[in-house]
Design a protein around this ligand. Structure first.
Ligand code: TPP
Ligand code: MG
Length: 575
C-alpha cells in the first residue's frame, strides 16, 4: 500500500466508528496471527471489509474451496505448531468446512474457525444461507461459540485461542452473526478471561511416575509407543534420551512418525495395520507398554484381545478421556508428555538392562524388514517413495493424502525429525494432502515440501493448484498414479473376491495438461529409469512441479493385519 493510500485509509478510519469486525481483526493481530485462510461471502462481508483495511498485516490465502482452506490451515497448524485460522461465510461456506473440522478434532490440531452467520433477527427462519453450524459442529469441535453481543467478542476470541492451543489441541468454531460483526464496538481486545471449568493438567502426579518407575524395574520386555502427543509437547529430545538411557525399543504411531528418529537403532518403525513385523511383535510380546501421547486407535491395536495381552500398560496423555478408553490401563499418567518425561528422568536414574529383549526386537527388525520387489519395467508405489526419501535425504516436509500411497509413505519415508509429516490419521480424509501441503509450505517457506497424493484423492481438492503460482509455492506434487482407488481395490481383491466395485478409473484427466492449465510444470513418468534420472532435477526445480508417476495398479500394501485380526496375525511379512 502506498503512503498516500495508507493516509487516505487512516483518515477514513478516523471517521468510521469501530465495529465488531474491526475488533476481530484487532484480536487476530494481538494473537500474532500472520496467515489467514479465508473465503468471503454475504454473511462475512463486514469481516472481509475490515480485513481489507489491514490486509498489509496478514498473509491472506484465498483457497478455491473452503475444504481447501481448512486442510491448508491444518497443514499450517501441524507444521508451525501455531493455530490455523479460517474465516468462512455462513451456510454453504461453513458446511464446506465440516470435514476439515472433524479431521482436526480427531488428529488434535489447533484451529480457530470463524464462520459468518445470518443477521440475528432471522436466525431460525431458514434465512438465505443459514445453517445451524453450532448444532452441526458441536460433536466435532473442542468448543464452539455463537456470539450474540458485540461486547462478548473479545472474551470469546481470547478463550477460543486459549482452548484451541492448550491441553489437547483442537478446533474451536466462533459463529458470528452479520449484525454482530457490523455493529459498533467500544471494546478493545483485552487479555482477561475466566475459564474455571477448563484447566488442563500439565504437570502429572509424581506418584504415578513412581509407579511407572517400579514397573520399569520389574519389567523384562518394555516397549515405548510414541504418538503425536510427543510432537505437540515438543518432547522428542526427552523421548530420545529416555529410550537411549534405558535402551527401550520405540514403536511410533502413524501420526507419531518423526517424534523418534526413524533410522535410530532402537526404532522399530510404525505399529498397526500396515506397521512393521518388529513393531507389532514387540507390542504383542511386551510385558510393559509405555504409551506416550498416543490414543490406541483401532488401526494401531488391531483386535483388542490380541493387543499387548501380557503387558502392564502405562499411558501418558494430556487428555484424561483417552486413558482407558480402548485399552485397559494400569498406570494412568495425566499430563504433558515433556513434563512427564522430565519427571521420569528425575525419578528413574537407573533401570535393569533389557539387552536380551532389545536384541530380540532388533533381530526381528533385521530379519523382517519392510520389503518390495525391485521394479524392472513398471514403477511401484513403494519404490517411488523410497526414491523420494533418498532424493530428499529424508529432510523434506511430506504431506500425503489417504490410501496406499499414504501407507507406503509412512513405511518408506524415514522421518528422523518431528514436524516433517502431515497426514490425515484419524479421519483418513481423502482430499486432505494437497491443500495441507500448501499450509505446510506457508508455515515453512524455505523448506522443501513434497505432497505425495493418490490419483483419487488429488481429484478431490486439486482446484488448489491455483494457489501455487499465485503464492509462488515451490511444492513438489507426486501423484502415485495407479489409476485406481488403490486401497479400496486392495481390500476388494483380498476380502471381496476381486469384485472391483467402482474402484478402478476408466478415465482420468491429463494431469500434465492440468498442471499446465495452472501454469505449473508437469511431467508424466512411466519408466523407472526415467524417474530415477529426472527426480533430482525435479526436486531441485525452482518452482512448483507436478509429477504424474504411473505405477502398477495391482501392487498392494504389506505387511498387513487383516481386519478383525490381531498383532500376531500379520500377513505379507515376507515376499
Ligand atoms: C473422503 C473419502 N472418501 C472415501 C474414502 C475411502 N477411501 C480410502 S482410501 C481410498 C482410495 C484412495 O485412492 P487414491 O487417492 O488413488 O490413493 P491410492 O490408494 O490409490 O494410493 C478410498 C476411496 C476416504 N478415505 N475418504
Ligand atoms: Mg490411486
Amino acid at each position: 500500500m502506498s503512503n498516500q493510500e495508507q493516509e487516505r485509509e487512516r483518515k477514513a478510519e478516523a471517521h468510521t466508528p469501530k465495529t465488531g469486525a474491526d475488533l476481530l481483526i484487532e484480536a487476530l493481530i494481538e494473537e500474532n496471527v500472520e496467515t489467514l485462510f479465508g473465503y468471503p461471502g454475504g454473511a462475512v462481508l463486514p469481516i472481509f471489509d475490515a480485513l481489507y483495511k489491514k490486509k498489509h498485516l496478514f498473509n491472506q490465502v484465498l483457497a478455491r474451496h473452503e475444504q481447501g482452506s481448512i486442510h491448508a490451515a491444518e497443514g499450517y497448524a501441524r507444521i508451525s505448531g501455531k493455530p490455523g485460522v479460517v474465516i468462512s461465510t455462513s451456510g454453504p461456506g461453513a458446511t464446506n468446512l465440516v470435514t476439515g473440522i472433524t479431521d482436526a478434532m480427531i488428529d488434535s490440531l489447533p484451529l480457530v474457525v470463524f464462520t459468518g452467520q445470518v443477521n440475528q433477527p432471522v436466525i431460525g427462519t431458514d434465512a438465505f444461507q443459514e445453517a445451524d453450524i453450532i448444532g452441526i459442529t458441536t460433536p466435532i469441535t473442542k468448543h464452539n461459540y455463537q456470539v450474540r453481543k458485540v461486547s462478548d467478542l473479545p472474551r470469546v476470541i481470547k478463550e477460543a485461542f486459549h482452548i484451541a492451543t492448550t491441553g489437547r489441541p483442537g478446533p474451536v468454531v466462533i459463529d458470528i452473526p452479520k449484525d454482530v460483526a457490523a455493529n459498533p464496538c467500544q471494546d478493545s481486545y483485552d487479555n482477561s478471561f475466566h475459564l474455571p471449568g477448563y484447566q488442563p493438567t500439565i504437570k502429572c502426579n509424581p506418584l504415578q511416575v513412581k509407579k511407572l518407575k517400579e514397573a520399569i524395574q520389574q519389567a523384562t520386555k518394555p516397549v515405548i509407543l510414541a504418538g503425536a502427543g510427543v510432537q505437540f509437547a515438543q518432547a522428542s529430545s526427552e523421548l530420545l534420551e529416555f529410550a537411549e538411557t534405558h535402551q527401550i525399543p520405540v514403536v511410533n504411531t502413524l501420526l507419531g512418525l518423526g517424534t523418534f528418529p526413524g533410522e535410530h537403532e532402537l526404532s522399530l518403525g510404525m505399529g498397526g495395520m500396515h506397521g512393521t513385523y518388529a513393531a507389532n511383535t514387540a507390542l504383542y510380546d511386551t510385558d510393559l507398554l509405555i504409551n506416550i501421547g498416543a490414543r490406541f486407535d483401532d488401526r494401531l491395536t488391531g483386535n483388542l484381545d490380541h493387543f499387548a495381552p501380557s503387558a502392564l500398560v502405562a499411558h501418558i496423555d494430556i487428555d484424561p478421556a483417552e486413558i482407558g478408553k480402548n485399552v485397559n490401563t494400569h498406570i494412568p499418567i495425566v499430563g504433558d508428555a515433556k513434563y512427564a518425561l522430565i519427571e521420569m528422568k528425575k525419578q528413574i536414574k537407573d533401570s535393569p538392562t533389557f539387552k536380551a529383549w532389545r536384541d530380540v526386537c532388533l533381530s526381528n527388525k533385521k530379519e523382517f524388514p519392510l520389503w518390495y520387489n525391485e521394479p524392472t519395467e513398471a514403477m511401484i508405489g513403494q519404490w517411488v517413495i523410497d526414491k523420494v526419501f533418498k532424493a530428499t535425504k529424508g529432510e523434506a516436509i511430506v504431506a500425503t493424502d489417504v490410501g496406499q500411497h499414504q501407507m507406503w509413505s509412512a513405511q518408506f519415508y524415514k522421518f528422523n525429525k518431528p514436524n516433517r509429516w502431515v497426514t490425515s490419521g484419524g479421519l483418513g480424509t481423502m482430499g486432505f494432502g494437497f491443500p495441507a501441503s500448501i499450509g505446510a509450505q506457508l508455515a515453512k517457506p524455505n523448506d522443501l515440501v513434497v505432497a505425495i497424493v493418490g490419483d483419487g484423492g488429488f481429484q478431490m481438492t486439486l482446484q488448489e493448484l491455483s494457489i501455487l503460482q499465485e503464492r509462488h509455492l515451490p511444492i513438489k506434487i507426486i501423484i502415485v498414479n495407479n489409476q485406481a482407488l488403490g486401497m479400496v481395490r486392495q481390500w476388494q481383491e483380498a476380502f471381496y473376491s476381486q469384485r472391483y466395485s467402482e474402484s478402478i478409473f476408466s478415465i482420468q484427466p491429463d494431469f500434465v495438461k492440468l498442471a499446465e492449465a495452472y501454469e505449473i510444470k508437469g511431467v508424466k513418468i512411466e519408466d523407472p529409469h526415467d524417474f530415477e534420472k529426472q527426480l533430482d532435477e525435479l526436486i531441485a526445480y525452482d518452482g512448483p512441479v507436478l509429477i504424474d508417476a504411473r505405477v502398477l495398479q495391482q501392487e498392494n500394501v504389506y505387511p498387513m493385519i487383516p481386519p478383525g485380526k490381531g498383532l500376531n496375525e500379520m500377513i505379507g511379512v515376507k515376499p
